[in-house]
Design a protein. Structure first.
Length: 223
């Protein structure tokens, strides 16, 4: 079952998106828990309040991110539809090719030479000239991708809530929760290193520093 859920997330989210979802979720929860640490009281009521805050943050951020995923998918399809209409409305093939080259340059900048650039542009143009613009609407895959976003954010941040279920002392549970979140930031950084070809230790520590820095800014600005 767990393997199926992992494959489900991987189907709709690329590695950068998956790490981004986890990172943003961790930062949001860490912001909530660190801010709560400034006013947290003792007793079971305080533990329960912090537990609800951590879980509520997971759910809220997962839902927001899911909606943003759907909106981003619609925006990308709308961009492609506008490109097709602009190509078909171009006065001649050279003008249409120039529109395509702008897209090719943006996607393959510094990767292809001038000869291959033109060949790719003409191949894309041959494909898009007779194409029908896709109507901008919510697709089924958008909803599945949104669910993958929600699931990844929610599950990745659950460890932050576990200490509040185990420890009766609110302040101690909060410290353990924050420690787990920092460890997870470090793990995300080490994973990120695989995609940017850098030291895992440096990437891990950098991610912790960036995460704590962003949390500090959010708290200072009242987030």
């Amino acid at each position: 079952m767990a393997a199926k859920k992992v494959r489900f997330v991987q189907k709709y989210l690329d590695p950068a998106s998956r790490l981004g979802e986890i990172l943003f979720g961790l930062i949001m929860v860490l912001t909530v828990t660190l801010a709560a640490g400034l006013t947290v009281a003792d007793g079971k009521a305080a533990v329960r309040e912090l537990l609800f805050a951590a879980i509520g943050c997971n759910i809220a951020w997962g839902f927001i991110d899911a909606v943003m995923y759907v909106m981003n998918c619609m925006t990308e399809r709308s961009h492609r539809a506008r490109l097709i209409r602009r190509i078909q409305a171009a006065p001649n093939r050279e003008a249409a090719l120039e529109l395509v080259q702008e897209e090719v340059d943006a996607g393959f900048e510094g990767v292809i030479d001038a000869k291959n650039r033109e060949a790719i542009g003409r191949a894309v143009l041959d494909h898009l000239e007779p194409a029908q613009p896709i109507r901008t609407r919510v697709m089924r895959d958008d909803l599945w991708g949104a669910l993958a976003c929600f699931w990844l954010v929610f599950v990745s941040c659950l460890p932050a809530a576990i200490p509040f279920l185990i420890f009766p002392n609110a302040r101690f549970a909060l410290r353990v929760s924050n420690f787990l979140l920092i460890v997870m930031l470090f793990i995300v950084g080490r994973k990120w290193a695989e995609y940017v070809d850098t030291s895992r230790w440096i990437a891990g520590l950098t991610m912790v520093g960036i995460g704590l820095g962003l949390v500090g800014v959010a708290i200072l600005l009242g987030g």
